[in-house]
Design a protein around this ligand. Structure first.
Ligand SMILES: Nc1ncnc2c1ncn2[C@@H]1O[C@H](COP(=O)(O)OP(=O)(O)OP(=O)(O)O)[C@@H](O)[C@H]1O
Ligand SMILES: [Mg+2]
Length: 503
């Protein structure tokens, strides 16, 4: 008893000590990446380092976002998607449970698919798959959403009817379907089962009746959202910029979950069909926000995307108020976890247990305001610094554009490769504008600078920038004060001013 207590005290002491002797944030070279290779998130709380996210050194690109309602999960996701699209041209498919993203997607020029209100998907569509594989997926979805798994006979009858409807429609069940050929629908499968029932040749009519009943829930007149010819081309979904799949108009959670499962299955298949991808960034991000039914079941394709996504440059973002709703296989496989404000002790303990953070981080998280976050990253190689750190807050705008002052024409080759020197300065549009105003940059100069930056991927080289300011009547003194405000050191400022054409 006493021994136990003693050990407990000891390990607490050790935990505290190891925290004190280690730096409380990862080093700057881990937090800061080149602007076109990483996504700016916010500045760190202790050392005020601008943190940009990249998955280059992480175990995988997937992200979990947790926090209570209003903590800023969706805000973070929006900020992240916009920057990913700007930096890497990343496509995004948002599985929008509660119409939370719709207005924003519309405003950002994306596509909205409103299921239950004008748009239909035929869950028997093949998008390049073999009918047999699609049948397996449909059965899996019904197993997740209904009690089909408990009734093997009904399961078999359903599976056979689905296969038979492909055969009747002229498909070879074990071959990839030709493009453009119309798939059968659940209604065809139901008709096959009904025929068996009227024939009366099957010895357990109750099993048939129950199998029919189960399928009919998704094929009733007026609720046949998934049992009609599709109104959209799902194969293109992963390459169509920003796509919001609005599920809020579907009648209930089962319908939403069936749609979400089907979309994940289709996306996963496309990812595999297209094969591994080359390039720096992410090709497609899939967002699951509060889709707990989908994120919590291990048979769900969300788990598959997490396991295989990296090689296809396919990333999954799972957001939830309740971290225990996210399947263990997903949670333990995400490369990054953003923890916003958490209130419930139970959730906090769960996170602390899985991510293994200090009491210090725990107390920080419990004090968070809106938008403040702790970030945990899983690096590919073991490193000698903490993997968790705290951000002042997620810095974003809706919609948001990052502007970059590029130092590459000022720094020498060796300075550029040194990690301690900042290679660029990034600002949000308004932030930069305000800074200009603060340092007496006249309106015309501001306009010229923004015009130029907009035409160059929102970036400008430092010397061009300084020359432009001076050409527009900004005094050398004001330029110097502006540069100082970026914490550029005096020696470097002298070098910039003289390289740009002297004082
Ligand atoms: N980092 C931030 N900076 C400024 N405002 C923020 C930030 N994060 C969130 N907000 C604002 O706070 C409000 C709540 O944020 P958000 O909708 O993202 O919360 P949430 O965690 O998604 O909540 P819910 O679980 O209810 O969906 C929004 O009005 C949002 O604009
Ligand atoms: Mg939200």
């Amino acid at each position: 008893m006493t021994l136990l207590k003693f050990q407990h005290i000891m390990s607490n002491e050790i935990a505290k000590r190891s925290f004190l002797s280690r730096p409380p944030e990862p080093p700057a070279n881990v937090l800061i990446s080149e602007p076109l290779k990483a996504i700016f998130i916010g500045t760190t709380k202790i050392f005020k380092v601008p943190f940009s996210w990249s998955f280059a050194n992480l175990t995988n690109p997937h992200i979990a976002v947790v926090g209570i309602t209003g903590a800023g999960k969706s805000y973070f996701v929006k900020t992240f998607l916009i920057r990913a699209s700007y930096i890497w041209n990343t496509n995004a498919v948002i599985i929008d449970w509660a119409s939370e993203y719709k207005a924003w997607v519309r405003q950002s020029g994306g596509t909205i698919i409103s299921l239950g209100k004008g748009d239909y998907i035929n869950i028997m569509d093949l998008s390049g798959m073999k009918p047999l594989d699609r049948v397996k997926q449909i059965i899996t979805s019904f197993e997740i959403l209904t009690d089909l798994a408990d009734y093997p006979e009904q399961r078999r009858l359903t599976e056979e009817a689905l296969e038979q409807s492909y055969v009747n429609a002229g498909f070879m069940v074990s071959e990839k379907a030709p493009e453009g050929k119309d798939a059968p629908t659940l209604k065809d499968a139901i008709a096959i089962l009904e025929e068996q029932l009227t024939e009366g040749s099957y010895e357990y009519p109750a099993e048939l009746e129950n199998a029919i009943y189960r399928l009919r829930q998704f094929a009733r007149e007026g609720e046949d959202y998934f049992a009609r010819k599709s109104t959209l081309d799902l194969a293109k979904m992963a390459e169509s910029g920003l796509v919001d799949i609005d599920l809020a108009n579907l009648p209930d959670e089962r319908f939403r979950a069936l749609a979400a499962l089907f979309i994940l299955q289709t996306l996963k298949e496309r990812m595999r069909i297209e094969g591994s991808a080359e390039g720096k960034g992410l090709k497609t991000l899939v967002v699951l926000d509060e889709a707990w039914k989908i994120a919590s079941d291990e048979k769900s394709d969300a788990v598959m995307i997490v396991r295989e996504g990296r090689k296809y440059q396919f990333g999954l973002i799972v957001a939830s108020q309740n971290p225990t709703d996210i399947n263990e296989a997903i949670f333990s496989n995400v490369g990054t976890t953003f923890m916003l404000r958490i209130r419930f002790e139970k959730f906090m303990n769960y996170l602390q247990g899985s991510l293994n953070f200090s009491e210090f981080i725990k107390s920080e998280i419990s004090k968070f305001g809106v938008g403040q976050a702790a970030v945990d990253m899983a690096f590919q190689t073991a490193l000698r610094f903490p993997e968790i750190f705290v951000l002042d807050r997620v810095k974003g705008e809706e919609p948001l554009y990052v502007y970059t002052l590029d130092m590459s024409d000022v720094l020498t080759q060796s300075e550029l490769s040194a990690s301690v020197i900042q290679r660029d300065y990034q600002f949000e549009g308004d932030e930069l504008k305000n800074k200009f105003i603060e340092y007496n940059v006249p309106a015309e100069a501001i306009e010229t600078v923004f015009k130029t930056m907009d035409s160059q991927n929102r970036s400008i080289k430092m010397l061009d920038f300084v020359r432009m300011l001076r050409a527009n009547g900004v005094t050398t003194n004001d330029v110097v004060t502006f540069l100082k405000s970026l914490s550029i050191d005096d020696m470097l400022i002298t070098r910039i001013i003289s390289a740009a054409g002297g004082a």
